[in-house]
Design a protein around this ligand. Structure first.
Ligand code: AMP
Ligand code: TRP
Length: 332
């Protein structure tokens, strides 16, 4: 029996180099050896105000980005969260087990409520409980995410413990985070103390996976570094350069040491130029595939349908067990 992997991304903005390196690049490497489910977190997107038309468009765009980045719909179950109603239903059950105190500790909630001061809604607060439902419905063993999601997975693990203590062991499986050693936290290009985020208002802070070559080049070349001249991985004193080296290392599969040697006696500008070329090379085929997929709505709908059918079946098995365990009467 293959182990089950589940992950997703919130449907806002466009996927960034951070999403690719921290998450999707790892998803594509798992697709041959695991039973994988990857979804479009459209319900999660509603925690901040969305333009309904744009959200619809983005859901297709994200699906096309997933596939263009290498997720094969034949090898993975790819689906939209809102197409499987069991997510919202399991969330309710879990909400009744989630202590407010645990949610209060979530750094993403704190950050987002500072950013959206006029829209601090209950969904933003209970978002990690929905995320736990996403994971637990499919009895996932591992959840490949970037560093920023670790705390949410810890909450999910707490919820499994609370649930099992109250209703019995073995109904919900205890998941584990799966976080890569390198690249789990790609930083903003202009401010390397912040993570690269797809909802950043300043476009210069991130490279989107569907940016064109010119944009990519400009953004990488204008990334903040420091006034020193030695190419060395030093996270504390040279965070901007360290971030570029991390991107470089993951995309080229070369270690920091190898890169440091290659750039001995060379300037930062030289490294930035080479890195820009490498990113362009990596993403150019993605953009071509993406543009192609976006012209083929029927195909995208077919992927969504197939994914939703498969995911629903599996989700219902878990939800049925949970409803039984908590004492809800089966519909006669
Ligand atoms: P999000 O953009 O929050 O929907 O995240 C989707 C996935 O990408 C999650 O697994 C995140 O942990 C991961 N991710 C987001 N931003 C970054 C980043 N800057 N570096 C590494 N991973 C990231
Ligand atoms: N919260 C995640 C993010 O913003 C996306 C997400 C929602 C997710 N549900 C999930 C990731 C379940 C992994 C598993 O990055």
């Amino acid at each position: 029996m293959k182990k089950t992997i589940l992950s997703g991304s919130t449907v806002t903005g466009d996927l960034t180099l951070g999403n690719y390196i921290g998450a999707i690049n790892n998803w594509t490497q798992l697709q041959d050896d695991y039973d994988c489910l990857y979804f479009l977190a459209d319900l999660h997107a509603l925690t901040v105000q969305q333009d309904p038309k744009l959200l619809k468009e983005r859901t297709y765009s994200f699906l096309a980005q997933y596939v263009a980045l290498g997720l094969d719909p034949q090898k993975n179950i790819i689906f939209a969260q809102s197409h499987v109603h069991q997510h919202a239903e399991l969330m309710w059950i879990l909400s009744c087990l989630t202590p407010m105190g645990n949610l209060n500790r979530m750094t993403q909630f704190k950050e987002k409520s500072e950013k959206h001061t006029k829209n601090i809604n209950a969904g933003l607060f209970t978002y990690p409980t929905l995320m736990a439902a996403d994971i637990l419905l499919y009895q996932a063993d591992k959840v490949p995410v970037g560093e920023d999601q670790k705390q949410h997975i810890e909450l999910c693990r707490d919820l499994v413990t609370y649930f099992s203590n109250r209703y019995g062991e073995g109904i919900l499986k205890m998941p584990e985070p799966f976080i890569a050693k390198t690249g789990a936290r790609i930083m903003s290009l202009q401010d390397p103390t912040k993570k690269m985020s797809k909802s950043d208002e300043n476009e210069k802070n991130f490279v989107s996976v569907i940016d064109d070559a010119k944009k990519i080049e400009k953004k990488i070349k204008s990334a903040t570094t420091d006034s020193d001249i030695v190419v060395k991985y030093d996270l504390e004193n040279k965070p901007g350069l360290a971030n570029l080296l991390t991107i470089y290392s993951v995309l080229s599969k070369k270690s920091y040491e190898t890169l440091e040697k290659e750039y001995e006696g060379k300037m930062y500008g030289h490294l930035k130029g080479d890195l820009a070329n490498l990113v362009v090379e990596t993403l150019a085929p993605v953009k071509i595939k993406y543009d192609d997929l976006m012209k083929n709505r029927d195909y995208l709908d077919q992927v969504l349908k197939q994914g939703a059918d498969k995911a629903s079946q599996r989700a219902q098995v878990t939800l049925g067990k949970v409803y039984d365990a908590v004492g809800l009467v089966r519909r006669p």
